[in-house]
Design a protein around this ligand. Structure first.
Ligand code: FUL
Length: 685
């Protein structure tokens, strides 16, 4: 017995003494924010009156009788989310049109006056049960803006909003996130007033007291808006975080819907005062709501994968939206795509090569904080450097040469986000090669790069706010993914198809059939003058692997079109290049089509650069036979175009025209209207 005690005490005394953890670097996440970070990936459901009115933003005058899904099944939504690897679902309980998915006692504009479940339905309750069945969290989207409510704009509406939040946050169990949309104030039905109502977005909602109410009712929930208070908008609706993304934010300078938010605040700030991490939201289709005409525009796997790596891989959570269809189901195509993403992610991260490697760090704080901790999935175990040691090198030596193309790294964020700059190098036959030089890490950073053959990696932290911590390092070799062809067309109608890389063949069809190796092989530009749907795939000539099918509607070529403006730059609005645009001087664009054409609609693409100006949000579209006498053909709003600047499609009954004009009645920033591309629809479907 004595002997054992002796050995034990020798072993004990040989071990390094316990050391204390590093001091936090403020701001740090709260307990409920830390729990939220663990979710990382969850689903959004947009399903309201807009689903039935085929709109993105309803005016608020819609009839509850029109809300009538035929096969609504919240279990299907939850099953899809669960199988896709998502941890929760946020539902649009009330969107801007004010229609409520639960039988609110405070309005008649809800499911209780719809034919769905004979007016006895409660969709929030149905989703609650479905989420519970599949072990998912449930979140609530609640639009502060209400285009239906007569009192919107007065203090009475704030009471209404709080009463409704009280219903939603008291009667449906634990809510993980309350989502406050920044879009608010403008035209609407407003109980029949049909007017323009602007509110002071900073003060009108009395946010401090509204937030206090949410905290009281759901202490575990995080609140989302442009400026938090707990989780912030990433600043675009493409699901893409910034290369440099801080979880810190100068929170008190920000409020929901502030115009300069995306440009100035969305990436967070190194010296931000509060922990308000980013959430990247994006729809699996161009719009947030279901439109049958987008059935072939569901995002492809390479697009979804880019979103994954540019959000979760850049210190943000990812919220992918399903525009539930009129049946009340997530559409088959959306299911297919989201499952492809989860399969691919599993494949990409199947084997962590770092687990077989030998790791060493240039500095270690001491016992409990050794570099081996980064191979452990336990979030509470982490490597830390000694106080004051900012520059740190971590060497990862593989037993033999490896082909790698992914590097994952995480900070121990419970003690604050610290790293400001890092590099990743690989030892190759040519010596140490720089793979990536980056800035922030945060909750998770994933680097994607071309295959590198290497037997060692060097990860160097070159700058940090304080001595760094890391909770995880992973190294992977993701299988190559063949991307579908990129389609370009010029003004004369010449279409080119392109795939980066060599040894890839491209096949296409113009008759609506599925492309295969029996279809036309792309050998050089194809002239496409008429309206057609092009379907195309790429195929690796060696492996025979095929990409997904890309489907694209093309309308008539613009070869004969001329802009009627004394400014050669105006041509950019009809040059078929989405990356160029023209900013008008008179808020309108007039085009001579060169011949008489029967039109069934038009398309408008706003500028595609990151912080664009002069985006049209209210318009009138006119046509003329002679260029002198004009008739109004369509008048309306491009809803949500500022946040989601996708091509706008407006259809009308067929009519002949030689000249067309798109006139801006309003732009999102009141600057002169800009046009990336104006197009026409000549197919009647
Ligand atoms: C935006 C809204 O205006 C859209 O309709 C959508 O709900 C999106 C998630 O947020 O601000």
């Amino acid at each position: 017995m004595k002997k054992y005690i002796f050995l034990f005490s020798v072993a004990w005394s040989c071990q390094a003494p316990e050391v204390s953890p590093p001091e936090p670097v403020y701001p740090i996440p709260s307990e409920h924010q830390l729990a939220w970070h663990d979710l990382e990936y969850y689903g959004f459901v947009h399903f309201n009156m807009n689903t039935f009115s085929d709109m993105e933003w309803g005016m608020g005058d819609e009839n509850p009788a029109d809300f009538n899904p035929t096969e609504l099944d919240a279990h299907q939504w939850a099953k899809v989310a669960k199988e896709a690897g998502m941890k929760g679902i946020i539902i649009t309980a009330k969107h801007h049109d004010g229609f409520c998915l639960w039988p609110s006692a405070y309005t008649e504009h809800s499911v209780k006056n719809s034919p769905w479940r004979n007016g006895k339905g409660d969709l929030i309750q149905e989703l609650r049960e479905a989420c519970d069945e599949f072990g998912l969290e449930m979140g609530i989207y609640y639009s502060p803006w209400d285009r239906n409510h007569a009192a919107y704009g007065t203090p009475e509406y704030i009471t209404y909003m709080r009463n409704q939040l009280t219903e939603l946050l008291s009667n449906y169990g634990d809510i993980f996130e309350v989502w406050f949309d920044g879009a608010n104030g403008g035209t609407g039905y407003y109980g029949g007033a049909n007017e323009n109502r602007f509110v002071d977005k900073l003060t009108y909602y009395d946010w401090p007291n509204t937030y206090a109410l949410v905290r009281e009712l759901q202490p575990g929930a995080v609140m989302f808006s442009d400026g938090g208070p707990d989780v912030r908008w990433v600043g675009n609706e493409e699901g893409i975080a910034y290369e440099t993304t801080w979880s810190n934010l100068i929170r008190d300078s920000v409020y929901a819907g502030m115009p300069e938010y995306p440009e100035k605040y969305a990436s967070g700030q190194e010296d931000g005062t509060h922990w308000v991490p980013a959430e990247a939201d994006v729809s699996i289709r161009p719009g947030w709501y279901y439109h049958e005409y987008e059935d072939h525009k569901v995002k492809t796997l390479p697009q979804l994968l880019d979103i994954y790596y540019n959000s979760i891989g850049r210190n943000a959570a990812l919220l992918i939206n399903f525009p539930v269809d009129r049946r009340g189901l997530i559409h088959e195509k959306d299911v297919e795509q989201i499952m492809k993403l989860s399969t691919k992610i599993k494949e990409d991260f199947a084997v962590d090569l770092a687990q077989r490697a030998k790791l060493s760090a240039s500095n270690e704080r001491g016992r409990g904080f050794e570099i081996k901790q980064v191979l452990n999935d336990d979030k509470n175990k982490y490597w830390a450097a000694e106080d004051g040691v900012i520059h740190n090198e971590i060497l990862i030596q593989f037993p033999k040469n490896q082909s790698i193309n992914r590097f994952l790294v995480q900070e121990h964020i419970a003690l604050g986000q610290r790293v400001k700059a890092f590099t990743l190098e690989a030892k190759t036959a040519a010596g140490w090669e720089l793979i990536h030089s980056g800035t922030t890490i945060g909750a998770k950073r994933i680097l994607r790069f071309e295959d590198v053959e290497t037997d060692a990696l060097k990860f160097t932290i070159t700058d940090a706010k304080a001595s760094p911590t890391l909770s995880r390092i992973g190294v992977y070799h993701a299988p190559q993914l063949l991307i579908e062809p990129i389609v370009k067309r010029n003004k004369s109608g010449a279409v080119t198809l392109h795939v980066p890389g060599s040894n890839v063949d491209i096949y296409y069809t113009l008759d609506g059939s599925q492309p295969s190796t029996n279809s036309q092989k792309f050998e050089g530009p194809i002239i496409v003058n008429q309206a057609v749907t092009i379907k195309t795939i790429s195929r690796d000539a060696t492996s025979g692997k095929e990409s997904e099918v890309l489907v694209l509607d093309l309308d008539i070529a613009k070869a004969k079109w001329k802009v009627i403006h004394n400014d050669s730059n105006a041509e950019k609005a009809i040059d078929e290049d989405p990356n160029t645009f023209w900013q008008s001087t008179a808020d309108e664009l007039t085009v001579d089509l060169g011949e008489l054409i029967t039109l069934y609609g038009f398309t408008y693409l706003p500028p595609q650069n990151r912080f664009m100006r002069g985006i049209i949000n209210r318009y009138v579209f006119q046509s003329s036979m002679d260029g002198r006498n004009w008739t109004d053909r369509a008048l309306g709003e491009f809803s949500n175009i500022y946040n989601n600047p996708i091509e706008q499609i407006v259809r009308f009954d067929g009519m002949e025209a030689r000249y067309i004009r798109l006139k801006a009645l309003g732009t999102t920033d009141e600057l002169k209207a800009s046009f990336a591309e104006l197009g026409v629809i000549t197919r009647d479907n």
